[in-house]
Ligand binder design. Structure first.
Ligand SMILES: [Zn+2]
Length: 152
């Protein structure tokens, strides 16, 4: 079916324009109230959006990595070698010019014993913004434990 507005493209959208339903293309779909969007191609993204878990790299990851690395006395080139990445790439990550992907972040977590990734569950309930940049209960308990140990 051709677009009823411009006639030049495949009409995948059904929109309402001044009370009339029209089959239009992507470009023209914003000309009215959207009634129906094209069904996305099968097998591309089956998981329902609201249940999908996104993995996010924590804020200040660059400093986290470089601090942990220095604490371990690990030269950047050695760490780069251990995680099988170029030193220049790791430098960019430490300067937060590049965001490490999940795979690299996992490797860094393992090598440095730090937490770089946090799961963000996209629920419709809106429990998402919890603990972003803040502390979780687990973190607080961990700190309390550490404080106790120090005193003993
Ligand atoms: Zn059109």
């Amino acid at each position: 079916m051709e677009c009823e507005i411009c006639g030049s493209q495949e009409a995948g959208y059904l929109i309402l324009v001044e009370g009339a339903k029209m089959n239009v293309c992507t470009d023209c779909s914003s000309s009215g109230k959207l009634l129906r969007a094209p069904v996305p191609p099968k097998g591309r993204d089956d998981a329902p959006q609201r249940e999908r878990e996104e993995i996010e790299v924590v804020e200040g990851y660059g400093k986290l990595i470089s601090d942990a690395r220095r604490k371990l006395g690990l030269p950047i080139e050695v760490l780069a070698e251990r995680i099988n990445e170029k030193m220049s790439f790791l430098e960019r990550i430490e300067h937060e010019k590049t965001l490490p992907d999940e795979k690299i972040a996992h490797k860094l977590q393992k090598e440095l014993g730090i937490k770089l990734l946090q799961g963000v569950v996209n629920t419709s309930g809106g429990t998402t913004s919890q603990a972003k940049g803040g502390m979780t209960l687990g973190d607080i308990l961990e700190i309390e434990k550490r404080e106790k140990r120090k005193k003993e």
